[in-house]
Design a binder for this molecule. Structure first.
Ligand SMILES: NC(=O)c1ccc[n+]([C@@H]2O[C@H](COP(=O)([O-])OP(=O)(O)OC[C@H]3O[C@@H](n4cnc5c(N)ncnc54)[C@H](O)[C@@H]3O)[C@@H](O)[C@H]2O)c1
Length: 306
């Protein structure tokens, strides 16, 4: 298939692009950054690359031609904190640009649109399980713009010949995340130089940690089947920030200095997901947290290209 991947130079995008190329697809990356710039190596494969912003109609036009059969849309403002600092940029990137891409997909006759969404569309559900039926009450511009993009996609799925799937990922981690700034890479960096790590709040907030290889499985499911609407993709088990800290100390054999900081606004207290819909479609997460963290730690310790 001819497939466009926005955000193909990013952490999840590069894993997806590599897999698509290995499976014989023609891939065009649309990203602000060239893969070389971030040390991404696709080996003997050569994706086409359009360097530009997804908000720029000329670049979108360049990347998505009449031959395009599927679009994976991963480029976004991905940081919750950045979305709070710059809600306007978040709106333009996560929502307006998604509309531009959907419109373009419709006009060229592309029939599949798969977006990386997030469990953050749900907002504060207390201790309840999050699934595809959960009411959407996002807490931040990040969650809100992803939720709004999902609504646009829902309308394109029903009004046009374009199957739109929103893959609601939990916290994705794994090999290739050295440039990221989420809790796991911060823990890994702290273990490398024995510096202090800060846990915001009481450390009892829980998250579902999804290895990037299992995230890939979710994306491929949406490519290989026609799944309209949202799909929750997580590991299906949750751990507290303290559990995670202890696990990283054990794996790295470093007693990382720990400090507690103030609770951050817009944080969900608990993320526990119900992945039964995905499982009924063939999804089966493979990598448990300990194994996945051990692999990630090895990756942090080597300085080879990502
Ligand atoms: N990593 C996670 O834990 C996680 C969890 C849930 C959902 N997601 C979603 O998955 C997707 C990919 O996440 P990631 O962790 O790989 O992010 P990333 O930040 O590593 O990669 C995003 C890529 O998009 C590109 N990009 C950003 N804004 C752009 C723009 N305006 N125009 C062109 N390119 C742009 C960046 O250059 C980068 O290469 C995002 O949509 C994110 O919201 C990620």
């Amino acid at each position: 298939m001819n497939i466009v991947v926005t955000g193909g130079s990013g952490f999840i995008g590069r894993v997806l692009v590599r897999s698509l190329l290995e499976n014989g697809h023609n891939v065009t990356i649309l990203d602000r950054r060239h893969p070389d710039e971030v040390g991404v190596d696709f080996g003997s494969y050569a994706p086409q690359i359009v360097i530009g912003d997804i908000r720029d109609a000329i670049k979108v036009n360049e990347a998505i031609s009449g031959q395009c059969e599927a679009i994976f849309h991963l480029a976004a403002v991905t940081s919750v904190l950045r979305s709070k600092l710059d809600p306007e940029e978040t709106f333009q990137t996560n929502l307006a640009a998604t509309h531009l891409l959907l419109e373009h997909a419709r006009q060229v006759g592309c029939t599949k649109f798969i977006m990386a969404s997030t469990n953050a569309v749900a907002g504060d559900v207390g201790e309840r399980l999050i699934n595809e039926e959960t009411l959407l009450r996002p807490l931040t511009p990040y969650g809100a713009t992803k939720a709004a993009a999902e609504m646009l996609m829902s309308s394109y799925s029903t009004c046009y010949d374009l199957v739109c799937t929103s893959i609601r990922f939990t916290n994705v981690y794994g090999v290739g995340m050295r440039e990221k700034d989420s809790f796991i890479p911060r823990l890994m960096r702290a273990a490398m130089d024995a510096s202090e790590i800060v846990i915001n709040g009481d450390g009892l907030q829980v998250r579902d940690f999804l290895n990037v290889r299992d995230a890939l499985q979710g994306l491929m499911l949406a490519l290989n089947q026609d799944i309209a609407g949202p799909l929750t993709i997580g590991y299906g088990d949750s751990y507290s920030a303290i559990d995670l800290y202890n696990c990283v100390c054990q794996i790295t054999k470093v007693d990382i200095p720990l400090r507690y900081g103030p609770e951050q606004g817009g944080e969900m207290r608990a993320v526990r997901v119900d992945i039964r819909r995905a499982k009924s479609l063939g999804y089966s997460p493979q990598l448990g947290l300990e194994e996945g963290l051990a692999e990630t730690w090895l990756d942090f310790r080597k300085s080879a290209p990502v």
